[in-house]
Design a protein around this ligand. Structure first.
Ligand SMILES: Nc1nc2c(c(=O)[nH]1)N[C@H]1C(S)=C(S)[C@@H](COP(=O)(O)O)O[C@H]1N2
Ligand SMILES: [Mo]
Length: 432
C-alpha cells in the first residue's frame, strides 16, 4: 500500500461540517475519520514512519499535544467558556461583558481552522495584503504601507458571530452552542476597507469581496481554506468597514487575527476575516469556503421549526438583528428591593430604545440609553428597578432599532443552522 495514499475512513458529509456547523459531540473524532495519513503527518509536524500500520480510526496519541497548541493562544483569556479546543471556540458570560470596551481577555473566539503560526510568534515581518480581481491596479501592501499611506482610524465596533444564541433554538441546530456570549465591542484601529479598495480602483464590474486568511484547514490540507467569505461591494465600501491592525491600543492579539483582520460591523462575524492576506474583488457573489450550503444562509421564506429546507431555497445572511444584553447584575444575584441594571444594546444602524420588564413581559419601562460613540459601537443602558415585594424576579431587556424593529420574547425565525437569534435577554434575581 502506498504510504501517502492510505486513507482513514472517510467522514460523512455530516462529519465534514465544520465551522459553526461542527457537531459539538465528537467533533474531534469526526474530524479524524476523514483525515489522511499525509494530513496527520502535516498536523504532527513530523513524519510517522510506521504510519501505514496505524489502525483505522486510531489517532496518534501525540496528536493530543498538537491539539493543545491552539489553546496556548488562549492564555490571556479570563473567564471565557471554552466550547471547543479544536478548533478553538469560546464565548463570554454576560456579566463578564460589563466593560464599555471589551478587553481582549473577554472577547469571544471563533475559529474554523487551526491557529496560524504568526499568532504564536507575533512576528509580522514580510506580511502583505494583496488586493486583486475587479480593480484597476492590483496592490500588494505591507503593514507599513497601510499605516503610512491611508488615514488611520480608531472605532468601537461590534463583532458578533452569526450563530450567537444558537443554543436556544428548538429543535436545536448542530454547531457551537453559543448562548449569549459570541459578541463583543473592542476598539479597533486600522484603515478603512473602502480607502484601500478605492486606491486600487474598484471597477464597475465589482459585485462582491472575497476574503482570505492563512489559518490552516483542520484537515491539514494546504489546498483547503478554513473559511473564505465576502460581502457585497456596497457593504465593503461603507465607511465603518475596517482593515484593522490594532485592538484596544495594542496590536491585534494572535487569536484575534494578528497582524491584520477585517472588521465588518453589522454583518455576521464570519465576514470579518482574521489573519487577512488577500482581498479578491469579484464580479459575482463569492463562492469560497462556508459561502454555500447551509453555512451562514437562511431560508428565503419563513419555515416551521424543524423543516428540512432544500439547499436551493437558502439565501446568504446579511445584516445582524437588533439585540441587547444585561451585564450587571449577573444572573442568580441577590438584590435589594431597589436595584439597578446595566448593559449594552446594538443594531445594524442605531438602537433607539431599550426597555426592561420585571413581570415576564406584561409591562415594559424605558431604560436610559446612551448614544453610540460612533456608528456600530455598543450603546450602554442603565435602568433603576424597584420590585413590590421579596421574591424571585426575572429582568427582561429588549432593544428597538431606528427602523422600529424590536427583539422578540422567544426565538425568532427558526432556521436549519440556528443563525440570527435575537430573542430578549433574561436574568434571574432574588429580592430580599
Ligand atoms: N481567518 C479566519 N477568519 C475568521 C474566522 C476563521 O475561522 N478564520 N472565523 C470568523 C467567524 S465565524 C467569526 S464569528 C469571527 C470571530 O472573531 P474573533 O475570534 O476575533 O472573536 O471571525 C471570523 N473570521
Ligand atoms: Mo461566526
Amino acid at each position: 500500500m502506498d504510504f501517502e495514499d492510505k486513507q482513514l475512513p472517510v467522514a460523512s458529509d455530516e462529519d465534514q461540517r465544520s465551522v459553526d456547523e461542527t457537531p459539538v459531540e465528537g467533533g474531534r473524532r469526526a474530524f479524524l475519520k476523514g483525515t489522511s495519513l499525509a494530513a496527520l503527518t502535516a498536523m504532527m509536524g513530523v513524519g510517522i514512519p510506521f504510519g501505514r500500520y496505524l489502525p483505522e480510526g486510531y489517532q496518534p496519541v501525540g496528536l493530543a499535544h498538537a491539539q493543545g497548541v491552539d489553546m496556548e493562544a488562549m492564555a490571556d483569556k479570563d473567564g471565557v467558556t471554552i466550547l471547543n479546543e479544536r478548533p478553538v471556540n469560546a464565548e463570554t458570560p454576560a456579566h463578564l461583558l460589563d466593560d464599555n470596551i471589551t478587553p481582549a481577555s473577554r472577547l469571544f473566539v471563533r475559529n474554523n481552522g487551526m491557529v496560524p503560526e504568526q499568532a504564536f510568534t507575533m512576528d509580522a515581518s514580510g506580511w502583505t495584503l494583496t488586493v486583486d480581481g475587479e480593480v484597476e491596479t492590483p496592490l500588494t501592501l505591507t503593514l507599513d504601507d497601510l499605516r503610512n499611506n491611508y488615514e488611520v482610524v480608531t472605532r468601537q465596533l461590534i463583532l458578533e458571530c452569526g450563530g450567537n444564541g444558537r443554543a436556544f433554538f428548538n429543535p436545536g441546530a448542530s454547531g457551537n452552542q453559543w448562548t449569549t456570549g459570541a459578541i463583543g465591542c473592542p476598539e479597533w484601529t486600522g484603515v478603512r476597507l473602502r480607502d484601500v479598495l478605492n486606491s486600487a480602483g474598484v471597477r464597475p464590474s465589482a459585485v462582491y469581496t472575497a476574503h482570505y486568511g492563512n489559518d490552516p484547514h483542520l484537515s491539514g490540507d494546504p489546498e483547503k481554506e478554513s473559511i473564505s467569505r465576502g460581502v457585497p461591494i456596497e457593504k465593503a465600501l461603507e465607511e465603518d468597514s475596517l482593515i484593522a491592525f490594532g485592538m484596544n491600543g495594542g496590536d491585534l492579539p494572535g487569536i484575534h487575527g494578528f497582524p491584520l483582520r477585517l472588521v465588518v460591523p453589522g454583518y455576521p462575524g464570519s465576514a470579518s476575516q482574521k489573519w487577512l492576506d488577500r482581498i479578491w474583488v469579484r464580479d459575482q457573489v463569492h463562492d469560497g469556503a462556508k459561502m454555500g450550503g447551509y453555512s451562514y444562509r437562511l431560508p428565503a421564506y419563513p419555515v416551521a421549526p424543524g423543516t428540512e429546507v432544500p439547499e436551493e431555497d437558502m439565501v446568504i445572511m446579511d445584516t445582524m438583528p437588533v439585540k441587547s444584553l444585561i451585564t450587571n447584575p449577573a444572573t442568580g444575584t441577590q438584590v435589594d428591593r431597589a436595584f439597578s441594571v446595566r448593559g449594552h444594546a446594538w443594531a445594524d444602524g442605531e438602537v433607539e430604545a431599550v426597555e426592561t420588564s420585571i413581570d415576564f413581559g406584561q409591562t415594559w419601562q424605558p431604560a436610559s440609553l446612551g448614544a453610540p460613540r460612533n456608528r456600530f459601537a455598543w450603546q450602554h443602558f442603565t435602568a433603576s428597578i424597584t420590585v413590590p415585594q421579596a421574591g424571585y424576579y426575572e429582568v427582561w431587556v429588549r432593544a428597538t432599532d431606528d427602523q422600529g424593529r424590536t427583539q422578540p420574547p422567544t426565538t425568532p425565525g427558526w432556521n436549519p443552522r440556528g443563525y440570527g437569534n435575537n430573542m430578549i435577554h433574561r436574568i434571574a434575581v432574588v429580592a430580599a
